[in-house]
Design a protein around this ligand. Sequence first.
Ligand SMILES: NC(=O)C1=CN([C@@H]2O[C@H](COP(=O)(O)OP(=O)(O)OC[C@H]3O[C@@H](n4cnc5c(N)ncnc54)[C@H](O)[C@@H]3O)[C@@H](O)[C@H]2O)C=CC1
Ligand SMILES: O=C(O)[C@@H]1CCC=N1
Length: 274
Amino acid sequence: MLVEKVAFIGSGELAESLLKGFLDKKFIAADQVWMNNHTNKERLADLEKTYHVHTTQDKAVALKKADLIIFAFRPADTSAAVAEMKPFLRRDQLIITLMVGVPTAFIQSAAGVDLPIVRAMPNTSASIGLSATGIAAGACVSEAQLNLAKQLFETVGTVSVVAENEIDVIAGVAGSGPAYLYYLAQSMQEAGVREGLSEASSALLVQQTLLGAANLLKQSEKSASDLLNAVATPGGTTQAGIDTLDNHSVREAVNACIHQAIVRAKEMSAPFSK
Ligand SMILES: NC(=O)C1=CN([C@@H]2O[C@H](COP(=O)(O)OP(=O)(O)OC[C@H]3O[C@@H](n4cnc5c(N)ncnc54)[C@H](O)[C@@H]3O)[C@@H](O)[C@H]2O)C=CC1
Ligand SMILES: O=C(O)[C@@H]1CCC=N1
């Protein structure tokens, strides 16, 4: 399946991360892309200037002849956005929806048409081709359409095809996941500075440490716990640090963090599941 025209409805942080990744990997060319939002003309002008894509505040223009439509607005804006799009949505268009907590069945029923809708949960690392994305097929999606969505997200990272009820878990682990690591990076950088490093030096050391550890975790045959043990010389500095994390119940905190993110996804889905 070839894609002729892609419309992004909603042009915020995630839409830009995906756009950048898709263009860099040449899955689509800039002149095949229409970016839309409903109020922020300046944002559209910036995107047009940076990526040379088409932009429009008119949904009819964005959606006309679009064969791939990406819903990238916030969950709370779903009903209004789908109502605006309703006259222009057709069964031969593939929709990819990114909103946390919004089931494909809700969009289907709000649109009033049997639309092929793939639910996807990528993360912002798509901008550099390193997203961990989960995708799930809605009721009317053919195998070819699911494959197209898979191919699309494979251009910007790894893809796990899951059942739709697992998307909330993927949101909690991988959609929000980069933020947990940025939180860790912030904390490590601040600690480095507090202990006497310059801001620049601490930032570089932390960036490279995270990058090296992530690459090794991906490339090595060893598990995270084997790799941890390889760093922690018995009686050494690492063990002193890890014992302190354990004393502060950081493992439990990470579990609770992911659990709460998933609970929030479920809370957010409540208005759409009635
Ligand atoms: N930011 C992230 O890392 C991730 C976000 N998501 C999901 O992606 C969606 C977008 O998130 P962000 O990009 O962070 O939000 P954002 O707030 O940066 O962008 C939302 C965009 O939607 C536009 N919008 C609102 N109502 C609209 C309407 N009626 N018609 C057209 N455009 C409209 C806004 O103008 C804005 O451009 C959310 O639903 C979120 O749950 C999913 C995975 C990761
Ligand atoms: O924070 C959020 O709600 C969105 C969904 C996953 C990542 N960002």
